[in-house]
Ligand binder design. Structure first.
Ligand SMILES: Cc1cc2nc3c(=O)[nH]c(=O)nc-3n(C[C@H](O)[C@H](O)[C@H](O)COP(=O)(O)O)c2cc1C
Length: 185
């Protein structure tokens, strides 16, 4: 693996990428840095944050590099979104055969740009309302999510990367996360 390449808006994915670089010895670059450091088609591990079910920057990374594996970083404790649905169906792989992982990042509303803050507002209010509506019936996890949407939260942990570090150690990987032409019917 030539490099870890990431896209991060409020820093959680960047911190995961830096921790992963420390643990594997593979350098981590933002997409912008990667343009100078890497060549087209180089083998990378991609890390991107989840926005409304899609992984930020993954399309551009697919177009330029060979993605052997990817980590999806979202606020939810469980994986979600388009690529994660593929991973669930294929036992941890994209439809095209690249390895996929999910990491819980966090939520830092104070760092969000105006546009993203406006996008999140209704989702955050709806989660808080639903949990409040459940009263005592709300689970500890649901309460935690409501709290995260109220005041922010940070779940980045070094140990969350254990499985990915193990996968790096397993050596050369041949699968690829790439667009698969679909037959519509
Ligand atoms: C507009 C918007 C949409 C989001 N959609 C999702 C989502 O669909 N699923 C999820 O788990 N997290 C979602 N999140 C939360 C981010 O993925 C989470 O905060 C992530 O840790 C951000 O990473 P970053 O700090 O590297 O930018 C969303 C956040 C924003 C601002």
């Amino acid at each position: 693996m030539k490099a870890i390449v990431y896209t991060s808006h409020t820093g959680h994915t960047q911190r995961y990428a830096q921790l992963l670089a420390e643990r594997t010895g593979v350098p981590a670059y933002s997409m912008k840095e990667a343009r100078e450091k890497l060549r087209p088609k180089d083998e990378i591990f991609y890390m991107g944050w989840l926005m409304a079910g899609t992984v930020k920057g993954v399309q551009a990374a697919m177009d330029r590099y060979t993605i052997r594996g990817a980590a999806i970083v979202g606020v939810s404790p469980q994986g979600n979104g388009d690529l994660w649905t593929e991973a669930r169906i294929n036992g941890g792989y994209s439809d095209s055969g690249g390895r996929l992982f999910y990491l819980q990042g966090g939520y830092a509303p104070e760092k969000l740009g105006f546009f993203y803050r406006m996008m999140m507002k209704p989702m955050a209010s709806s989660v808080i309302r639903q949990v409040e509506g459940k009263g005592d019936a709300a689970t500890a996890q649901e309460r935690e999510m409501a709290e995260v949407f109220r005041n922010g939260g940070d779940f980045v942990r070094r140990e969350a990367l254990d499985e990915i570090v193990q996968w790096f150690r397993e050596g050369d990987h041949t699968g690829e996360v790439k667009a698969v032409p679909r037959v519509e019917f």
